[in-house]
Design a protein around this ligand. Sequence first.
Ligand code: ZN
Length: 292
Amino acid sequence: MKKWVFLFVLFLLFAREVNEYKSDSDFQIIDERHGLRVPKESVTLEIAMDQVYQGNLLLVNKEHPVHRGGIKSDVVNLFQHKELIEGYGLLDERIRLSQGVAEKFLKMVRAAEKDNVRHFMISSGYRNEEEQSQIYQEKGSAFALPAGYSEHNLGLSLDIGSTLSGMNEAPEGRWLQKNASKYGFILRYPENKKAITGIEYEPWHFRYVGLPHSRIMQKKNFTLEEYLTYIKEKKKIGGTIAGVEYEVSYYPVSSKKTVKVQANAYEVSGDNMGGVIVTAFSSVHARDGQEK
Ligand SMILES: [Zn+2]
């Protein structure tokens, strides 16, 4: 009898292993490729200069401030949107965030719940310049950035806590380090990357960049700074995600530019430095989807 229980537990562990392996093998990076294999539609994009300063891939740091157009237009007060905060806590009633990002966060929290990780709390989201100034004065330059130079000013970043303990030890922190990239989020200031980001390790600060970018960054151990340099150098990278082909292309923009995209779905984001990144997908389902 006991032997059967033991074998059953072994089977469960094995099944779980296969599941995790499967989800990882569902993602691939092929560094250089030319065109999606199954493009169905052709679109000609007119890219204007202001698009360099808008989108989910904007680099904002000490050298690259937020441009007015870069602030997400869908920033909402989370406390007033009960449907967005089911299953996690808010540090206070003033916390704001891009609604789109909050929806992705909720999806991620629900996935964590299935792994029995359920004590998340958002302690900070969108901040206006005045609020950022105050934080900068309180925390100093190792942990904060001056007003206008923080990702929190975009509406794309959030500080995530656990009601159990500090994020470095909490199950919530460990779960996010392993899984956040599957939902479009990155740990923006990782350990041992201070020389690149200019900011100390912050196990609580997550940034939304979207798929497949977050997955590529995780796999290659890239910060946003490194990833954007990599795309700029390669000009075009591609692969598959959740059974859908993707292609990420970089274009420098100095004046109006025309770009031809062959894809069934695409997204455009500036890099906040003089270029835009066009992400093309072979299926419309990939754009907002996440990996299993
Ligand atoms: Zn933060």
